[in-house]
Design a protein around this ligand. Structure first.
Ligand code: ADP
Length: 159
C-alpha cells in the first residue's frame, strides 16, 4: 500500500482538512501532511505553528506524519519516496485551480498521481479563510475547527 502526501497551507487546519486526513489514513499505509512554506503567501500562523496544530490534532492517527516543505511539491513528493498526492474538493470553485495544479504536477513528474477526495457534506462550506474571518470578529468557530485550534485562534486575535 502506497504513501500519500496531503499538501496545503493549513492556515489553520479545519475540521474539513481533518476529515480528509482521517479518511486518507484509512486508505493509505502512510499519510504525510505537508505544510507548504510558500514564502509569497502571508499566512496568519507561522509554518511551525501550523505544524504544531496539525500534530496535536492528528496524534491519535498513528500512520499520519506532519512535515513542512519548501519549493516544488513534486520534488518533495519524490524526496519522500511517495508518488501520490491527495487533495480535497469542496465545490466547482475548487476545480479550476486544482485542475491546473494537477496538470502542472503531471508535466513536472509523470509518475506522481493526484487523487481527489470529495469533502463530507457538513464541511463543504468550510475553509481556513472563512474560519479566520469569523474568528477575527470574535465569532464562534467551535463547529469548524478542533478545540486546540480554536484556542490558538483566540490567542492570535485576542478575543
Ligand atoms: P491550499 O492553500 O493548498 O489550497 P488549503 O490548506 O486551503 O491549502 O487546503 C489544502 C487542501 O485541502 C486542498 O486540496 C483543499 O481543497 C482541501 N480542503 C480545504 N478545506 C476543505 C474542506 N472543508 N473539505 C475538503 N477539503 C478541503
Amino acid at each position: 500500500m502506497p504513501i500519500a502526501v496531503y499538501p496545503g497551507s493549513f492556515d489553520p487546519v479545519t475540521n474539513g482538512h481533518l476529515d480528509i486526513i482521517s479518511r486518507a489514513a484509512r486508505i493509505f499505509e502512510r499519510v504525510i501532511v505537508a505544510v507548504g512554506r510558500q514564502a509569497n503567501k502571508k499566512p496568519l500562523f507561522s509554518t511551525e505553528e501550523r505544524v504544531e496544530m496539525l500534530k496535536a490534532v492528528t496524534e491519535d492517527l498513528p500512520n499520519v506524519e506532519v512535515d513542512s516543505f519548501d519549493g516544488l511539491l513534486v520534488q518533495y513528493v519524490r524526496r519522500r519516496g511517495a508518488h501520490i498526492v491527495v487533495r480535497g474538493l469542496r465545490a466547482i470553485s475548487d476545480f479550476d485551480y486544482e485542475f491546473q495544479m494537477t496538470l502542472t504536477t503531471k508535466k513536472l513528474d509523470e509518475n506522481v498521481e493526484t487523487l481527489f477526495m470529495m469533502t463530507s457534506s457538513e464541511y463543504s462550506f468550510l475553509s481556513s479563510s472563512i474560519v479566520k474571518e469569523v474568528a477575527s470578529y470574535g465569532g464562534c468557530v467551535r463547529d469548524m475547527v478542533p478545540p486546540v485550534v480554536e484556542k490558538w485562534l483566540r490567542q492570535k486575535y485576542r478575543v
